[in-house]
Design a protein around this ligand. Structure first.
Ligand code: GAP
Length: 440
């Protein structure tokens, strides 16, 4: 697997992910998505939304405010229990998560063995103030997870959509956590993107739904191009789970920096709806229209970190290989991002063989036409060999070369990213050809 330094450098060089606030010397562990990274992230989010929301009859979406009434976080248990154990080096005062270091060893920062302070619980909720005064009455929090809005709005959604249990509410968006030790590029940051849904079920049926969603998560990872051998399904033991969960399976991934969490699947039971019923006084129970049974639905929650999906998408896609060049019998090192076609930032690159109007004018017109359907890049700089390599490195599945012969035979050359095979395709058959190859 590619080393992280190489990936971070490619991400910056090609405009996938930049260090945040770069011209001011950066801000530790903050990252900005550049033009290609934004496309990749959007493609992931759109594919997820389509697969789990619009293509299903049992799922609806929502998009809640990031800042909610602080009572939400009090009721959900986040203000009291959304904590990580914090220790501090007694000498240099460097802070660590107690569960991520060996407390018997020297401090990794200053190297001394003076020891660490006793672990204390550090709350990860980001505090802010609403309005002009900074007092206790104006304290609010940036959301630490998406889920709470799905519970708080449960009744409104039930009444407005007339959905029946089992059904789910999905959301995508930013969440904020004051992590003690962020790091490893976009793996762990203090603001990050999440997509998750709360799936409401009858209490007697949660196990069936849990197994179903575990399989769905596996299928999604397959769609994202992840090799099965890079995944580990980790049943989280009693005492190790989040405060709300009765069963959790963490889906872990073999990153270059070790085996760590990618996604999670949690059985939250009736925990959240019950807490919000008790705290708000609203009745968040459900009446089965057939049996008339009244109960608080239980929740199965599949959660997917978006930034970790981008990271693993890039890790899985990256390949280096010796490939032939335009020179007879010669090869050189080719870097190719083999993104699944649906996720690739550009699907097509239009490459006229010359910058002259004779070719560039019709090539630009063709690119505009294709762009209505697929994200299409246009590049007329440098040699065709260099342009192919550039497109390989950003993972564009098909390059279309518009050459002088095109003016006579009304055909272009289409090059496949993975096989590097080239085919001559008639202009009036091009769209159909690409649609068949791309599959959308
Ligand atoms: N509602 C459930 C929930 O938020 P979580 O396990 O705390 O569960 C969900 O977080 C997912 O968010 C994780 O599986 C991971 O993909 C991602 N994630 C968690 N902390 C993160 C961080 N600091 N930076 C980037 N992604 C993170």
């Amino acid at each position: 697997m590619i080393e992280m330094e190489k990936l971070v450098s490619l991400a910056k060089r090609r405009g996938f992910v930049f260090p945040g606030s770069d011209i001011y010397g950066g801000l530790a562990n903050s990252w900005d998505y550049g033009p290609l990274g934004t496309e990749l992230k959007r493609n992931i989010m759109d594919a997820w939304w389509k697969r789990f929301v619009t293509q299903r009859d049992d799922m609806v979406g929502m998009d809640a405010a990031i800042i909610m009434n602080p009572k939400v976080w009090e009721a959900s248990g986040h203000l009291a229990e959304f904590t990580d154990p914090l220790v501090e080096c007694k000498k240099c005062h460097m802070r660590y998560r107690a569960d991520q270091i060996d407390l018997t060893k020297a401090c990794a920062h200053c190297g001394t063995k003076d020891g660490f302070t006793e672990p204390r619980n550090f709350n990860m909720m980001f505090k802010t103030f609403l309005g002009a005064t900074e007092d206790a009455a104006s304290v609010a929090y940036l959301r630490g997870e998406l889920a709470q809005a799905m519970f708080v709005d449960f009744k409104l959604i039930l009444d407005t959509t007339r959905k029946r249990v089992p059904f789910g509410i999905a959301q995508q968006g930013k969440v904020f956590r004051n992590e003690i030790t962020p790091g490893n590029f976009i793996f762990r940051t203090r603001e990050f993107n999440l997509m998750e849904f709360e799936y409401f079920v009858h209490p007697d049926e949660w196990e069936k739904h849990f197994e179903y969603w575990l399989q769905e998560m596996k299928d999604w990872l397959d769609f994202c191009g992840v090799k099965k051998e890079n995944l580990v399904f980790h049943e989280i033991e009693d005492g190790e789970r989040a405060h709300y969960s009765k069963r959790t399976v963490d889906i872990e991934y073999h990153y270059p920096f070790g085996q760590k969490e990618l996604y999670g699947l949690a059985y939250r039971g009736e925990y959240d709806l019950k807490k919000h019923t008790d705290a708000s006084g609203a009745d968040l129970s459900y009446i089965d229209p057939v049996t008339n049974q009244k109960y608080i639905p239980h929740v199965v929650e599949p959660t997917f970190g978006i930034d970790r999906t981008v990271l693993l998408g890039m890790l899985e896609a990256y390949a280096e290989e010796q490939a032939r060049t335009a020179e007879e019998g010669e090869t050189d090192l080719r870097v190719v991002m083999r993104f699944p076609k649906a996720l690739a930032p550009f699907k097509i690159a239009m490459l006229p063989l010359s910058k002259k109007d004779e070719l560039s004018v019709p090539a630009r017109a063709l690119a505009s036409k294709l762009r209505k359907r697929w994200a299409t890049d246009y590049d007329e700089t440098q040699s065709i060999g260099k342009r192919y390599r550039r497109q390989d490195e950003i993972g564009t599945p098909y390059c279309v070369t518009y050459d002088f012969d095109t003016l006579n035979d009304q055909a272009v050359t289409v090059r496949d990213r993975d096989t590097m095979q080239q085919e001559r395709v008639k202009l009036d058959e091009l769209e159909g050809y690409l649609a068949a190859k791309l599959g959308f």
